[in-house]
Design a protein around this ligand. Structure first.
Ligand code: D5M
Ligand code: FE
Ligand code: ZN
Length: 471
């Protein structure tokens, strides 16, 4: 049974530790579920340090109640497709999209040591020999098997087919994602050009940016509010924890929601039978009610997923205001598109719901839904959150490719697969923040076992990761 403040006092006295009247008043505010732990810890510290009185000061310190004016909460939106989404349609749009993708990724290649020796496809096609030439293009076609491999790439000057003889490189060809940019070092034999090396644009190893003060960010996704499987009471419990006198909770300044915030309407066949809230407005309204209990000094950022309203094709604009004026007009809520890059006290976070993971696990050998961190590393290597065009993930014919990962990022936050993972890659912290939706019948039928009800909490000063598990 939970303790009350009198039981806490009796416990302290039984260990010969007094509680000052002011400290006793604070103990009365500690939630019963954590009172035993708090009291035993305070008593233990006093015994160890040969003190006999628990003071208000030390109790406030322990509970993180001392108002730390120094904790910054500086939120900036660095990249958001919402206001840049065009209505261009058709082949012309896709032409522009792929040229933009190539040009943006070429800038990354040009900054590398090999950049000086980068040649165009048309140059390589016409050359008979050229010392140490490199060529970059989007993967148009790949064929690996029977000890042979072939790679076809495209840049704005043409299409080039490159045979790959080396076994190690053949394996690399297998791991390339359709429509990603690849850098190939080419050589010439009597029969023409061949691959000497194959490289991803990749991110650079780097020291992540860090917050100067010890602010924490909570990373969540896939709440699926409105679904009968949404773990509403557990989520409410988590939201209440944010206001508790807990050393970590007191330092939380940001809360990120990375898509599928609601279950939506008409997203999958017979979904209506699994909804407890039948309209988008009711679902977003309930989300707003839940989020309005988050302390107002915590800045909330919401980006959409494939269950949220707006448009399905990537990049997605922010969830439109017409469905949820409350969220748009709330002081501490920022609505962004998908993908988006934000800065939390200087720490750069890429938020991407993760739709493309479905396509990538299907085509790249060795990847699976159970290890979404590996898929996210693939995306970082390709420096693009959703390279494959023409598969399950719809991609819009934008004039500019908003899904290229241009700069180094410090945190890559995704969701969608409902599997929790934390990993690190070249100085970037990878988080798949999982879900607050229990396993649905559909997920049971396709063998997806979610890991729901986990809040991922990151210390932005040290990049340490904590979690609170409510499942
Ligand atoms: O996606 C939740 C999980 O279910 C994610 O891993 C994708 C997977 N999923 C969703 N729809 C399908 C279909 N049609 N086939 C196979 N796997 C699927 P969510 O976006 O929350 O629905
Ligand atoms: Fe989801
Ligand atoms: Zn999803």
């Amino acid at each position: 049974m939970d303790w009350d403040s009198r039981k806490a006092l009796r416990y302290a006295l039984s260990r010969n530790i007094q509680v000052s009247p002011a400290a006793f008043e604070i103990l009365k505010l500690v939630p019963p579920s954590s009172l035993e732990k708090v009291t035993k810890n305070m008593v233990q510290t006093n015994v160890k340090e040969r003190r006999a009185l628990i003071t208000a000061d030390e109790l406030e310190e322990y509970l993180g109640l001392k108002k730390d004016e120094k904790i910054e909460s500086d939120l900036k939106v660095l990249s958001d497709p919402t206001d840049h989404i065009t209505s261009s349609e058709g082949a012309e749009g896709y032409g522009s999209l792929f040229v933009s993708r190539y040009e943006k990724l070429k800038q990354i290649i040009l900054a590398r040591p090999e950049g000086d020796r980068l040649r165009t496809v048309s140059f390589v096609k016409n050359a008979k020999d050229s010392k140490d030439a490199y060529v970059a293009g989007l993967v148009d076609y790949k064929d690996v098997g029977d000890g042979k491999a072939e790679l076809r790439i495209e840049d704005p000057t043409g299409v080039l087919t490159i045979p790959v003889f080396d076994e190690g490189l053949q394996e690399k060809v297998g791991s390339l994602i359709q429509d990603q940019l690849v850098l190939v070092q080419v050589g010439w034999s009597k029969r023409g050009v061949f691959a000497k090396d194959i490289m991803h644009p990749d991110i650079q190893a780097h020291m992540p940016n860090k917050s100067n003060t010890e602010a924490y960010a909570v990373l969540l996704s896939d709440l699926h509010v409105g679904s009968k499987y949404f773990m509403e009471s557990e989520f409410e419990e988590f939201v209440m924890w944010l206001s508790e006198p807990d050393a970590i909770a007191r330092k939380i300044r940001f809360l990120l929601l990375c898509g599928d915030v609601v279950d939506g309407v008409g997203i999958y066949p017979n979904q209506d039978k699994e909804l407890v809230l039948a309209t988008i407005e009711e679902q977003l309204g309930r989300l707003y009610e839940l989020l309005s209990k988050v302390p107002d000094y915590i800045k909330i950022v919401i980006s959409p997923g494939n269950h949220d309203p707006g448009r399905r094709a990537l990049p997605q604009p922010a969830i439109p205001e017409k469905y949820c004026q409350g969220l748009w007009n709330h002081n501490n809520i920022t609505m962004v598109g998908n993908p988006a890059i934000i800065s939390l006290n200087g720490v750069k976070v890429l938020m991407f719901h993760g739709q493309s993971i479905d396509d990538i696990v299907r085509v790249i050998p060795g990847l699976s839904y159970d290890e979404p961190g590996d898929v996210m590393k693939c995306l970082l290597r390709a420096r693009h959150v959703s390279p494959i065009y023409g598969s399950k993930t719809p991609i819009a014919p934008e004039l500019e490719d908003w899904m290229v990962i241009g700069d180094n990022i410090d945190i890559f936050h995704a969701g969608h697969v409902h599997r929790w993972v934390v990993d690190r890659y070249k100085g970037t912290l990878i988080v798949n923040s999982s879900t607050w939706q229990r396993q649905t019948q559909f997920q049971t039928s396709v063998g997806i076992t979610p890991t729901p009800g986990i809040a991922t909490i990151i210390n932005l000063k040290t990049m340490e990761v904590h979690q609170k598990n409510y499942s």
